[in-house]
Design a protein around this ligand. Structure first.
Ligand code: GLN
Length: 387
């Protein structure tokens, strides 16, 4: 008997859980779900351990512990020049995924429309369905250079009188696109003229190799109509800590909090203390972080090209979206099955990120947030494809 609520039933089990389990069963080198196979920094781990030892083990304030809200607001000001009130404009969430849920549940009504770029992170359409809103999809497609972008006319056509919000993920998982100023201006123009709220997912904001990350919220007129979501997990290699946050005007924060208080009430207290230490990291931390990831990116991209994949190196994120057509192994799901079962490497079949799966069948997503030896052993196994 099926007990799953109607709205969620079509989504099945997330591809991340499915592939991670399959990879473990086959002993595959796992380049599927985006989590590092190394730990975050010791000074951050120690701050959380100290918090546990020092009795920070009860519920936190629902919007976040005061020092964490303060340092998030401080860093936002340092990066954007915009002053925000830590107590009313920052909401700590249990990872960005909870932030997405809180924003959609807190903001949308049944019948509202929300614009989603595809490919997307799979929680966007699932939560959209659960709140009874209608997704309007805008395709990101490769241009002549292989960079994924949208057609401004498609975006314009997706807006209607019912549009309440747009989800904007930049740097973008899985394509690696970092939206440039003209793309963001185009989104901002439409948001302003159609009175639409932007919800941004910026969890890869510090993982940019080419160009620069721009916060949509900093564009003219966007401060009062943007909810900026981010998290600690990717930047500090602590994805299991599940600490994220939402930055928004007091009014929009109220909508996020209306849902957040009933989803988790608050985020794990000791990890919030760890996050305070992390967010105090000096600029050198971020420089080293990007340099290390750049060398992982280059190594895996070069290897994949040599083996026969078609690849455009990502401008941001720790994912490579490669074209596997040269190997003649059917669609993405068939190809990933072969990779896991015969080659011994796990990756993500990206059609789970598409409402129109035909656009993703020739693609496969590899995560390079792995130790050098993991990447080397994955490449050694992938060489079998070239033979
Ligand atoms: N964002 C991560 C990825 O794309 C997965 C997050 C999750 O599994 N919920 O791999």
């Amino acid at each position: 008997m099926n007990h799953i609520a109607e709205a969620l039933a079509p989504f099945g089990t997330t591809i991340f859980a499915e592939i991670t389990a399959l990879a473990a069963r086959h002993g595959a080198v796992d380049l599927s779900q985006g989590f590092p196979d190394f730990d975050g920094p010791d000074f951050v781990k120690k701050a959380a351990i100290d918090a546990i030892d020092n009795h920070h083990n009860q519920y936190a304030r629902t919007a976040g512990i005061a020092p964490l809200n303060r340092i998030i607001a401080h860093n936002w000001h340092a990066r954007t020049g915009i002053e925000i009130d830590p107590d009313t404009q920052v909401t700590v969430t249990t990872g960005c995924t909870e932030g997405i849920a809180a924003a959609l549940l807190g903001l949308l009504n049944p019948g509202d429309e929300i614009i989603l770029f595809e490919p997307y992170y799979d929680s966007y359409p699932a939560l959209t369905a659960r709140v009874g809103a209608t997704p309007r999809y805008v395709a990101l497609r490769p241009d002549a250079s292989g960079r994924f972008t949208f057609d401004p006319d498609d975006l314009k056509a997706a807006f209607s009188d019912h549009t309440r919000a747009i989800m904007v993920n930049t740097p973008h998982n899985p394509t690696g696109t970092v939206f440039d100023r003209s793309e963001l201006e185009c989104i901002a123009d439409l948001c302003r003229s159609r009175d639409v709220i932007a919800i941004t997912d910026e969890v890869y904001e510090h993982l940019v190799f080419e160009g620069a990350h721009i916060h949509l919220q900093t564009l003219p007129g966007m401060d009062e109509r943007t909810i900026t979501l981010s998290s600690l997990g990717k930047t500090f290699s602590l994805t299991g800590w599940k600490v994220g946050w939402a930055i928004a005007s007091e009014e929009l924060s109220r909508a996020v909090r209306a849902a957040h208080q009933f989803i988790t009430f608050c985020t794990a207290t000791p990890f919030q203390h760890g996050a305070v230490a992390a967010l105090g990291a000096p600029a050198s931390y971020y420089e080293r972080f990007v340099a290390e990831y750049r060398s992982k990116r280059d190594y895996l991209c070069d290897s994949l090209v040599r083996i026969g994949f078609k690849v455009r190196p990502p401008d941001g994120t720790y994912f490579i979206l490669a074209d596997h057509s040269a190997f003649g192994t059917g669609d993405d799901v068939a190809f990933v099955r072969r990779l896991i079962e015969e080659i011994g490497v796990a990756a993500i079949p990206p059609t789970s990120f598409y409402a129109h799966p035909e656009h993703g069948r020739s693609l496969v997503r590899f995560a390079f947030c792995k130790r050098e030896e993991t990447l080397r052993s994955a490449v050694a196994r992938l060489e079998a494809l070239a033979r």
